[in-house]
Design a binder for this molecule. Structure first.
Ligand SMILES: C[S@@+](CC[C@H](N)C(=O)[O-])C[C@H]1O[C@@H](n2cnc3c(N)ncnc32)[C@H](O)[C@@H]1O
Length: 343
């Protein structure tokens, strides 16, 4: 499958421009029969959804049907056809109903210029920071949000936040003065759930992100704590542009889903090099086939590199660094794959 490949320089941002460039560049190669069939099926799905909205049908039922139908259509389309169909769906009038959902709208409009920013995650976390925007949504938008925030991907993201906080607490319990590094930290919401942070049991918790707005938010939210907000990127890490030091625990959540395998391997190697002896590195990646990729890639315009367990193992197997222990697991929800590597 042709994915949104990221450059080896480490840039992983999926922007509206990169998405439309990708779609435009692929449509020329499409086989006519295949595309006509897909277009017809999509038109039917969207028209049924629009009729249901117009008739004030119960939102959970119509959203479930839309999500399932898009998923089936994606699963039987080639990547090129699907990219074309996704752009057609986005331009369909039914989008005006779906974009009343603050989560779908933020994802689609990309106010920060790229996909999957920390504020988008705040809508998924139902964080107080976005409560005012959620409150402003229309009654229909609120109903759609009540559905999208319970989707398997959203449940998996909330579970991921809980697991990250639990890992940090475990490291703090096992290691005095533990040093932690979060790569692509966003708003570091997991820190709000860490008992170790509350109990002042960490030496430092470095939160690195490429988005200066998110770095500023972390810096002011955790002012006076051991948390250090750092503006940096995959590229600055790979280029050793910053002296970050060494760590007992490094993790990256919400980042590998944007990284081509070659970059993922290099970043993993670099993270292992930054660990102290016995230190641990955790990477999280959305799992393939969680049932909502069709909706996310159309109305949310949020494409990701959904991986299988085998594809996560493939990253680990290519890493050129000694690893004492390795495991690949899933959370209870199954929507996120976790690789834990101990040096
Ligand atoms: C989906 S959010 C995840 C935030 C946080 N880890 C969480 O789980 O809530 C993805 C984050 O990755 C950051 N990001 C994307 N590409 C990056 C890169 N190349 N280097 C550093 N950060 C990056 C974005 O700025 C964004 O804050």
């Amino acid at each position: 499958m042709k994915q949104f490949q990221t450059a080896l320089d480490g840039y992983s941002l999926v922007t509206s421009q990169s998405i439309s460039d990708h779609t435009r560049s692929t449509v020329g190669d499409l086989a006519t029969d295949q595309i006509k069939e897909g277009e017809a099926e999509l038109a039917l799905i969207l028209s049924l959804t629009q009729q249901a909205f117009d008739a004030n049908a119960p939102v959970p039922g119509l959203m479930k049907a839309l999500t399932e139908r898009l998923q089936i259509l994606k699963s039987k389309s080639t990547p090129l056809t699907w990219a074309h169909l996704a752009s057609l769906a986005q331009a369909h009038p039914v989008a005006s109903f779906l974009l009343q959902d603050p989560l779908t709208r933020w994802s689609f409009e990309k106010p920060r210029g790229y996909s999957g920013d920390a504020q988008l995650l705040d809508f998924i976390y139902e964080h107080p920071a976005v409560a005012a925007q959620v409150k402003e949504a229309s009654p229909l938008g609120t109903e759609v949000y009540n559905f999208t925030k319970q989707s398997p991907s959203a449940v998996a993201v909330r579970e991921r936040r809980a697991l990250l906080a639990a890992h940090v607490d475990t490291v703090a319990a096992d290691t005095e003065n533990a040093e932690i590094l979060a790569i692509a930290a966003g708003h570091l919401r997991e820190a709000e759930r860490s008992e170790a942070l509350k109990g002042d049991r960490l030496k430092r918790w470095v939160a690195l992100d490429q988005d200066p707005i998110s770095v500023g938010t972390v810096s002011s939210n955790f002012h006076g704590s051991c948390i250090e907000a750092v503006n940096g990127s995959v590229r600055t890490i790979l280029g050793r542009a910053q002296k970050l030091g060494t760590f007992d625990f490094i993790y990256a959540a919400g980042l590998y889903d944007y990284l081509a395998e070659s970059v993922a391997v290099k970043l993993t190697e670099r993270c292992l090099q930054m660990l102290k002896p016995g230190g641990k590195f955790l990477l999280a990646n959305f799992a393939q086939d969680i049932g909502v990729e069709g909706y996310m890639e159309t109305f949310m315009n949020w494409p990701l590199i959904w991986r299988t367990d085998k594809e996560v193992w493939s990253i680990i197997d290519k890493v050129q660094h000694p690893i004492a222990e390795k495991s690949v697991t899933r959370g209870e929800n199954g929507g996120v794959i976790y690789a834990m590597l101990t040096v």
